[in-house]
Design a protein around this ligand. Structure first.
Ligand SMILES: NC(=O)c1ccc[n+]([C@@H]2O[C@H](COP(=O)([O-])OP(=O)(O)OC[C@H]3O[C@@H](n4cnc5c(N)ncnc54)[C@H](O)[C@@H]3O)[C@@H](O)[C@H]2O)c1
Ligand SMILES: O=P(O)(O)OC[C@H](O)CO
Length: 330
């Protein structure tokens, strides 16, 4: 929508021919964005060759679980000159390996991971298609690539910043979904505003700890892809992660919640991924750990909160200082 609105010839790929035909005939995406008329310049196709062949830029935004499959399908039609952007917020979980989306795409396209641009930030699709003012980041180690992506997307209602820290932007986009699940759970259980503010703040602390351990610049977590996306996902009723958390609070089982949602809830797989990453990198992620117990080991949310509140005493400033001293990218 944003690209077509910028008068760029834009093709949307769907694996379903019926869905692509319906989009072209009605100019609406009835299941995912009901009631919204899409820009005239936007075409849909179920042919991946037609969608990406000869394209100046390709934006991958399949759910993380489908990214490798989709990138593999597209690979034969993409050249080394094509600008590759992705906006997916999750990790690949394959047996014991956990990979960021840039790694997965780079492997499938046989490209250098550092050339891939990550587009992220507080950007609920429902508001973007309605042209509500939205701000995002295009992140890439190669400044020229981040700026090429910025040029394509920037518009009067869609402001794009650049950031060289693709790892930080990618990791914060994925991990904030865990905290949003927790915020939905907390709201559903009527734990109150203090609890939610604490979840956001301490959630950001553990996202930053994990991110810097993976090579991110800690300053990224104060930006749009960090605190910006964390705030919107923990507070907006558009958020599928927040909604899934609030349904869990009603006592629904995980499978039932996923069925009710009918859309991707990245935070669930990401909780599993982050639980493993925390052990691999030896990083403390207490909220993620408790959420893991709630989601996958039937721990009651009340006991999980008791465990979080009863942790050993901590000096807040010393702990933040530890995060900022290590692993700077710039
Ligand atoms: N919706 C948002 O507001 C938003 C904003 C920013 C980023 N994201 C991220 O974008 C990614 C996708 O989210 P979404 O909102 O589009 O999810 P969604 O559930 O609304 O839609 C997912 C789409 O992917 C398709 N799909 C699923 N498996 C597929 C496969 N194997 N091959 C091809 N297509 C497949 C589905 O048919 C569906 O059309 C997620 O990582 C999400 O975090 C979403
Ligand atoms: O609906 P969610 O929870 O997947 O969040 C969507 C976007 O990441 C918000 O920026």
């Amino acid at each position: 929508s944003v690209l077509a609105g910028n008068d760029l010839d834009t093709v949307l790929w769907s694996r379903s021919k019926d869905h692509a035909d319906e989009l072209n005939a009605s100019r609406m995406n009835a299941k995912y964005l009901p009631g919204v008329l899409l820009p005239e310049g936007l075409r849909a196709t179920s042919s991946i060759e037609e969608a990406v062949g000869g394209a100046h830029a390709v934006v991958f935004v399949a759910p993380s679980s489908a990214m490798r499959e989709v990138a593999r399908l597209a690979a034969p039609y993409i050249t080394n000159e094509t600008l590759i952007i992705h906006a997916t917020k999750g990790f690949e979980i394959e047996n014991d390996t956990l990979k960021r989306m840039s790694t997965v795409i780079a492997e499938e396209l046989n490209r250098n991971e550092e050339e891939i641009v990550v587009l992220s930030g507080p950007s609920h699709a429902e508001e973007v298609v309605s042209k509500c003012p939205t701000t995002v980041v295009t992140a890439c180690r190669i400044t020229e690539a981040a700026e090429r992506a910025q040029d394509l997307f920037i518009s009067p209602y869609f402001r794009v910043y650049t950031n060289p820290d693709a790892i930080g932007v990618e990791v914060s986009g994925a991990l904030k979904n865990i905290i949003a699940l927790g915020a939905g759970l907390s709201d559903g259980l009527k734990f109150g505003d203090n609890a939610k503010a604490a979840l956001l703040t301490r959630g950001l602390a553990e996202i930053a700890r994990m991110g810097t351990a993976m090579g991110a610049n800690p300053l990224t977590f104060a930006g749009l892809a960090g605190v910006g996306d964390l705030v919107v996902t923990c507070t907006s009723t558009h958020s599928r992660n927040w909604r899934a958390g609030s349904l869990l609070a009603q006592g629904k089982a995980l499978d039932e919640v996923l069925q009710t949602m009918g859309m991707v809830v990245e935070g669930i797989r990401t909780t599993k991924a982050a639980h493993t990453l925390a052990a691999q990198y030896n990083v403390e992620m207490p909220i993620t750990e408790q959420l893991y117990h709630v989601l996958f080991e039937n721990k009651s949310p009340k006991l999980a909160v008791e465990a979080l509140m009863g942790r050993g005493r901590t000096n807040e400033i010393e702990e933040i200082a530890k995060t900022t001293k290590e692993n700077w990218l710039l």
